[in-house]
Design a protein around this ligand. Sequence first.
Ligand code: C2E
Ligand code: MG
Ligand code: MG
Ligand code: MG
Length: 281
Amino acid sequence: AAKDDGRNTHRVFTPAMRESATDRIMLISKLRSALANDEFELNFQPQIDLTSGRVVGAEALLRWNQPELGRISPGQFIPLAEESGLIVDIGAWVIEQAIQTAADWRSRGLGELVMAVNISALQFRHGQLAQQITSALTRNRLPGANLEVELTESTLIDDTDRLEEAIAQLKRHDVKLAIDDFGTGYSELTYLRRFAVDRLKIDQSFIRDIAESDSEALVTAVLQMAHSLGLTVIAEGVEISAQADQLIELGCDEAQGYHYGRPMTAAAFEAVLIEQLTTQA
Ligand code: C2E
Ligand code: MG
Ligand code: MG
Ligand code: MG
């Protein structure tokens, strides 16, 4: 019923699109100098193995601290970065920082984590994305298996030869491929085999409502399908222990969300890893 009452119509607009054109132009011009002015920072959110309860991964999430405007959320500036093409350079910075950080933790014996990085469709269309990633891996001596790229379904649906070739190249280096916000996009699932997807990230909207039978049925179906295809599943947006308990019961592989830890600075994440080392499984 919520779908047909018409009230949701405006929600197709992103927060950025609701802003006036002048606001957007202003923000884009500030974004343009943000890299050079060192205004970006990566935060890292833990990903937990639900069998062992241990941190096995980190998702790198971009933060923009604009000197005059303060913190601007990625939901607001990522669409502008995409629209303006700036995401290509910003994304390259994210990749380099994330790989450097993962390599640093690994070389100091803090664990064999998988570092997950969000990639926009535009990054595949411009520049040498796969080349850039594999050379950053080599330079930082990080095995490809310790890196995961997160793409949305729409990126894979918007298929080009270039995308397919880039993904094949990453796969040859053992880089993992995850589908972000799974369940919110398309019902066409053939891309799962075509691109050798490794795992699905179930969108947080399903986890939020998992106590309701419809959402639980969906999560169960996704788990069943994924596991029979040999994919693993991570639940996004786990906020309370009841959701975590239910996911464990349903056989979900991994989870991420405020219940386990918010996105945090590299230093704070490091402290979590060090503490984990002192409590061996
Ligand atoms: P995403 O990749 O789906 O990331 C998950 C988002 O959910 C993050 O928002 C995270 O902070 C938030 N989150 C995590 N746990 C919980 C929870 O328990 N409850 C709730 N309500 N939210 C939770 P964030 O950091 O604001 O990022 C929003 C989106 O911006 C990301 O969604 C991703 O699509 C995009 N993004 C962030 N960093 C990058 C980047 O470096 N490159 C690209 N291309 N996109 C990025
Ligand atoms: Mg993501
Ligand atoms: Mg997501
Ligand atoms: Mg998202």
